[in-house]
Write a protein that binds this ligand. Structure first.
Ligand code: SF4
Length: 708
């Protein structure tokens, strides 16, 4: 029904043609589409499509913003738009600028916009500039962005994963030498157990649910670890399987609801149980791992009562999970931001790595580690260098190719970048897609900080509240083409390390939209000139792929993909043998001390609803959780009784950074001590409590207080 409604919004045949086009899905990183055809996954299975992919495609096909839109609505009015209202306003089809002190954005020519950007970059120093990318951009545009920034002279280059999966990258690199999944899609058909932590793929990665349903259908088991008892993780209806469609498929065989922030204690408890029952895979450890003694001793000497208190789970639950993992032949540990959005995010993921190593569940087919990544190319943009630090080999290659020395001065991460704005240390900020302001904790701090930057430039397909709240003295918004509108083929990397080739296509709407990569080449040409390197030559994406193939380890095949049309898995990422990309070739185990529990209040978890993807809101109701709108707080029966609150009652919620009024109480299946609200609206409550290693804020364990 929903699909038909959406189809008639833009024309069923038009939509079907777009969905069938050979372009990678624009939404999540599970990865569909590309040369295998639209709605086809890496294993070649068709149809693989979901509501999220439809929502993103239809959103790019709705009409353009009216020509008088910015005359009609003042900045003050635009600041009142909800994420959904901004999204539904229409496609950006002409450049606009908000001049210093102006009350309205106004249309501007591309020439004038590029002139402004050129003079802004030429009138400051590279260390006072920063370049950011969301995960929807292509590998080509992302590579050019980081290369231009570096040749221009700064390492202030970061991407949206600093606020989502950076902890996964840091921990996996510490344990195995590579920062991404150690499995491929097919491994989900080979495993007999999935431990799913801090994730709700039914809302954010729907086709992953098909893999989980298939696992249960072949007799496998699934342990879900999540403070919220998500109904689709209990039973899910797979649209492409008749029986499941009508009767549902049982997903979780075991459901554990720890306290937010209780993951390390829970995982150390599971390891402790394995040790006590002499079920650790010592042979695997002896042959393939280092650092085990300290980790095993820590678990062995941990007190069960501390583990129970800190995790909020029972000894019996930890023992049950240990038994299930022990009985499994091939286990995949999969997680999302429920693990990474903590001040102990890196330790949470290291504790998962320790458990996988201690049970020999890595380095063989059907077993390993799977961070469930967000945006469709968030992994790719990181892989091609959109990060503050570059591998030495990559920097040296860039120096050779671009004929210039590249600074090795440390670069800013996302939070540090906003902080630098606030201190008046940044004049220029360039954002490739995304809603940078909205993704920040402490929304008022982020707004005030960004307002101190002289120039902020956004390359976007549609409006979002970040354009109006994340503005500088001067703000320029440039309309760009979507993935299936690109004049040339582009590439994307899935969460399974698989590179897709998207054929592009004709624009969905008339307008002045340009290709992101071409805009970056034009700016580079204007600012850096044609010597020693002619940036305009890189308007040909094949040349960009040639350079990527010579620069980024494991990406050689991208250099010939235009001729071979052969999509590929990046080499050195998927481990089917226990030889890892570490100095010794062995996996490295790391101690994970119990984090301090949250002090005071209830523990707030920020959620994405079924009707949104990251900060983009398509529908304001949450189909699975029964949360009728965006300003709700999900609370347990026990906490509501304790606070003498009723379902539907309106309350105020106070956090360490702000306060929200008129929040509706929704009593639901969330564990006692935890409450949940929707991201990004509730970020205004959250103070930036940052993980020192991942630089990721604690969006999933922030103290809040309910006021009536
Ligand atoms: S699961 Fe992800 S990649 Fe697959 S169709 Fe849905 S949004 Fe696209």
């Amino acid at each position: 029904m929903y699909s038909l409604e959406k189809a008639f919004q833009v024309g069923p045949l038009r939509l079907l043609k777009r969905m069938n086009s050979k372009n990678a899905c624009k939404t999540c990183a599970v990865g569909m589409g590309g040369m295998k055809g639209g709605m086809v996954n890496e294993a070649g299975h068709w149809p693989e499509v979901c509501k999220k992919s439809l929502q993103a495609q239809v959103a790019d096909m709705i009409g353009a913003l009216p020509a008088d839109y910015f005359d009609k609505y003042s900045l003050a009015e635009l600041e009142k738009l909800t994420p959904k209202q901004a999204e539904d306003a229409g496609r950006l089809s002409y450049p606009v600028v908000l001049d210093k002190g102006a009350t309205h954005f106004k249309p501007i020519t591309w020439e004038a916009a590029l002139n402004h950007i050129e003079s802004a970059l030429k009138s400051t120093t590279p260390d006072r500039t920063a370049f950011y990318s969301s995960g929807r951009s292509s590998n080509e545009a992302a590579f050019l962005l980081q290369a231009f920034a570096r040749v221009y002279g700064t390492n202030n280059v970061m991407n949206c994963s600093y606020y989502c999966h950076q902890a996964s990258g840091v921990a996996l690199k510490m344990a195995f030498g590579t920062g991404t999944a150690t499995v491929e899609l097919e491994d989900l058909t080979r495993c007999d157990l999935v431990v799913l932590l801090g994730a709700n793929p039914a809302s954010n990665h729907p086709r992953l649910m098909t893999q989980l349903a298939n696992l249960r259908a072949r007799g496998g088991r699934i342990i879900v670890v999540n403070p919220v008892r998500e109904s689709p993780l209990e039973s899910f209806h797979v649209p492409s399987q008749i029986k499941s469609l009508f009767f549902g498929t049982k997903i979780a065989s075991t459901y554990i609801q720890p306290l937010p922030g209780g993951d390390v204690a829970f995982l150390v408890g599971v390891l402790k149980s394995l040790i006590e029952k002499r079920r650790v895979d010592n042979e695997f450890i002896d042959n393939n791992a280092e650092g085990a003694a300290e980790v095993l001793n820590y678990a062995r000497n941990s007190d069960w009562s501390d583990l129970v208190t800190n995790s909020g789970t029972t000894k019996e639950e930890m023992e049950e999970c240990a038994d299930i993992i022990y009985d499994s032949k091939r286990t995949i540990f999969a997680w999302a931001m429920g693990l990474t959005h903590h001040a102990s995010g890196v330790d949470n993921v290291l504790a998962v790595c320790n458990l996988a190593i201690a049970t020999g569940n890595v380095g063989k087919p059907g077993a390993g580690l799977l961070p469930i990544r967000g945006h469709s190319n968030v992994q790719g943009i990181g892989s091609v260098g959109v990060a503050p630090a570059l591998q030495d080999s990559v920097r040296q290659s860039l120096e050779t190719i671009y004929g210039t020395k590249i600074t090795d001065a440390p670069g800013l991460d996302t939070h540090a970048m906003i902080d630098a704005c606030g201190k008046g240390d940044l004049d220029f900020l360039f954002a490739l897609g995304g809603n940078l302001w909205g993704s920040n904790p402490d929304s008022n701090w982020a707004k005030e900080s960004m307002a101190r930057a002289k120039t902020i430039v956004y390359l976007s397909t549609k409006l979002n509240p970040g354009h109006f709240h994340g503005k500088g003295e001067t703000t320029v918004i440039l309309p760009v083409l979507a993935r299936d509108e690109e004049p040339q083929a582009t590439t994307q990397e899935s969460m399974f390390n698989f590179i897709r080739l998207s054929e592009g296509g004709k624009p969905n709407i008339q307008g002045q939209m340009r290709a992101e990569a071409e805009v970056i080449c034009d700016i580079a040409n204007r600012v850096l000139g044609k010597t020693p390197f002619d940036w305009t030559s890189l308007r040909d994406y094949r040349k960009v792929r040639e350079i990527i193939s010579k620069t980024i380890p494991g990406w050689q095949e991208i250099g010939t993909i235009d001729d071979t049309k052969k999509e590929f898995t990046i080499t050195g990422r998927v481990y089917h043998t226990p030889r890892f990309n570490t100095t010794s070739g062995k996996a490295l185990m790391h101690p994970t001390p119990l984090p301090d529990p949250i002090k005071g209040g209830l523990a707030l978890i920020t959620l994405r609803s079924e009707g949104q993807f990251n900060t983009v809101v398509y529908d304001e109701y949450d189909f699975y959780r029964g949360m009728p709108h965006r300003f709700c707080i999900l609370m347990s029966e026990k906490d509501a009784q304790g606070l003498n609150l009723k379902d539907g009652q309106s309350v105020a919620v106070r956090g360490e950074a702000g306060r929200m009024e008129n929040i509706e109480v929704v009593i639901g299946k969330i564990r006692q001590g935890a409450v949940a609200m929707f991201y990004p609206e509730c970020n205004i409550l959250i103070k930036a409590n940052i993980d020192a290693r991942s630089k990721t804020p604690a969006f999933k364990s922030a103290p809040v207080w309910i006021e009536v």
